[in-house]
Design a protein around this ligand. Structure first.
Ligand code: C2E
Ligand code: CA
Ligand code: CA
Length: 527
């Protein structure tokens, strides 16, 4: 049998697939996020490394200048120049050292005496005391060089020019070769190191890190490139994807187990339907005036090959939920036609079939009825259909169409379990039916003094007023039978007369009670 998935099932499958894929998607997103995050962290780390290195170089330079602080006078004696030479010689960072006078004119360097007013342009913005920093362009090499200046308390001071290669080297060890741009400089003031590499785009991720030093007015601004982010994602993503695939497979496996467990009863019903394991039992419906059997209610049983006979309460709800009740009822109709064909053909008996809510959504039941009635030459009018009041909406909508179609074929329509739901009266207003079935729960208390025992009187009164016939269910005692007969209830069924029985036993029952009714050949066909 082809697997038909109901809309609800398709939704469930879609939800399961999405749920199973969720870990993969989440891991992929996490992988990308981790990539971006680690690229950002790298960028920040490089900015900080650059800044820390700058701090170390400035520390070192200032220490060297401070060592000269008290020895170098503003006048450049030979021993002062010797000390400057010694200072340069002993530092890997410092390329040149010099002494300047209170007027900020350079008096000498480690190379010898001179007199250059080097600070004329910036003199006005220099602090009164403490160190100050400036960046110059070297005349010969056109390199940017940082000069650290330390003033004496009495004016004048010493300075040191840091080898430009030092910062280049610093940038190299910080790994900034693939950044979009880099700027290391004094604030306010000149920049020490600058990189602008338009070949590395930064349009997508916009990695930017800035950092400043507490001790020196130095600031670094570093913009990472998209390429760096992509390579970080490349590095992170496979691990996350692998974990995601693992988790998704695990989730799929778990969902599969749950699904199988949930689907097991449905699957069992499907297979039972394929193997045609559903059979009708018949409960005689007795005419209380004549005492004869006028009809029979068809009650479904599942003849399970291992479990045996299964009552309907344990499988009808699943059959209704999954829609399987429709083919199951069709099978029942076919079997009833085949088993009772001769009886029904002579119109000696009517049989009533229980319908579920979903039978009322379309005209499939009418089609099935016509198909089997035609095949077995049974008049449709020998069928009655029981619509249970429970589960039907207040506005039965399409039910009206189905009920009218069935009645149009001469079938009777009963309202089952009348009085047990909340919308029996509303249903009566909308649907034209032939009879009410009085639920067992109202028959049972007959003879009591309880209020419940009086409900049946209201139902009888209502049916009389509406011109509806009545069939009482669950009659178990002679007292109940008498009461119903005295109150003009035309028909009854119950253990008092007969429990639901197989077709052959129904025929035996009829043979015992009304043998004239049976056709000459009373074999029942097996389908
Ligand atoms: P229902 O339509 O109200 O059927 C009457 C139930 O009362 C039957 O139970 C019957 O065996 C039981 N019964 C009959 N006489 C007596 C009695 O004197 N005393 C007691 N205590 N019970 C009695 P069953 O066969 O177990 O069916 C249970 C329910 O399953 C039915 O209630 C009906 O709602 C549903 N059902 C049975 N067959 C079908 C079917 O083919 N289609 C649908 N949609 N529902 C069905
Ligand atoms: Ca019924
Ligand atoms: Ca009932």
């Amino acid at each position: 049998m082809p697997q038909h998935h109901s809309l609800r099932q398709r939704w469930l499958i879609a939800v399961c697939v999405i749920t199973a894929l969720m870990p993969l998607v989440v891991c992929a997103v996490l992988g990308v996020w981790r990539g971006i995050h680690s690229a950002q962290a790298d960028n920040t780390r490089r900015a900080q490394q650059l800044l820390a290195g700058t701090g170390r170089i400035l520390d070192h330079t200032l220490q060297r200048l401070e060592a000269l602080h008290w020895t170098a006078a503003s006048a450049c004696e030979d021993d002062v120049i010797e000390k400057l030479t010694y200072g340069v010689y002993n530092s890997i960072y410092i390329r040149e050292m010099g002494v300047f006078d209170p007027d900020l004119a350079l008096l000498c360097t480690n190379f010898g005496r001179l007199y250059v007013k080097v600070y004329q342009d910036i003199k006005h913005r220099l602090p009164e005391t403490g160190p100050f920093y400036n960046v110059i362009q070297t005349v010969v090499m056109k390199e940017r060089s940082v000069i650290v200046n330390l003033r004496f308390p009495h004016g004048g001071g010493v300075n040191a020019l840091i080898d430009p290669m030092v910062f280049e080297e610093l940038a190299r060890t910080a790994g900034v070769d693939r950044v979009r741009s880099l700027q290391l400089g004094f604030v306010p003031g000149d920049s020490i190191l600058e990189r602008d590499q338009p070949q590395f785009a930064d349009t997508l991720f916009k990695l930017a890190s800035t950092a400043t030093l507490e001790k020196y007015p130095v600031r670094v601004e570093l913009h990472g490139s998209d390429a760096e982010v992509w390579s970080a994602i490349d590095e992170q993503l496979p691990r996350y994807l692998l974990a995601g695939v693992g988790l998704s497979l695990l989730a799929a496996w778990c969902l599969r187990q749950v699904w199988n467990r949930l689907q097991a009863p449905e699957e069992a019903l499907r297979q039972a339907l394929t193997r045609r394991e559903f059979i009708p039992y018949y409960q005689p419906i007795i005419n209380l005036q004549t005492g004869l059997c006028d009809g029979a209610e068809v009650l479904m049983r599942w003849r399970h090959p291992e479990v045996g006979l299964i009552p309907p309460d344990s499988f009808i709800p699943i059959a209704e939920r999954t829609g399987l009740i429709k083919p199951m009822t069709a099978l029942l109709l076919e079997r009833v036609c085949a088993q009772l064909g001769p009886l029904l053909r002579n119109r000696n008996l009517y049989v009533s079939i229980n319908l579920s809510r979903i039978h009322l959504d379309d005209l499939d039941i009418v089609d099935s009825l016509l198909t089997y009635c035609r095949r077995y030459e049974v008049p449709p009018a020998t069928f009655a259909f029981e619509i249970t009041e429970r589960g039907l909406p207040d506005d039965p909508g399409h039910a009206e169409v189905v009920v009218d179609a069935l009645r149009g074929l001469g079938c009777k329509v009963f309202i089952d379990d009348f009085g047990t739901g909340h919308n029996g009266l509303a249903l009566l207003q909308r649907l034209t039916v032939d009879a009410l079935k009085i639920d067992r729960s109202f028959v049972e208390p007959i003879g009591d003094e309880s209020a419940k025992a009086r409900v049946i009187d209201s139902i009888i009164e209502l049916a009389e007023r509406q011109g509806l016939a009545l069939v009482a269910e669950g009659v178990e005692t002679a007292q109940q039978q008498r009461y119903l007969a005295d109150h003009q209830v035309a028909h009854a069924q119950g253990y008092l007369f007969s429990p639901p029985v197989e077709a052959a036993d129904l025929v035996l029952f009829l043979e015992r009670t009304q043998p004239w009714m049976l056709p000459v050949t009373r074999e029942t066909e097996q389908v």
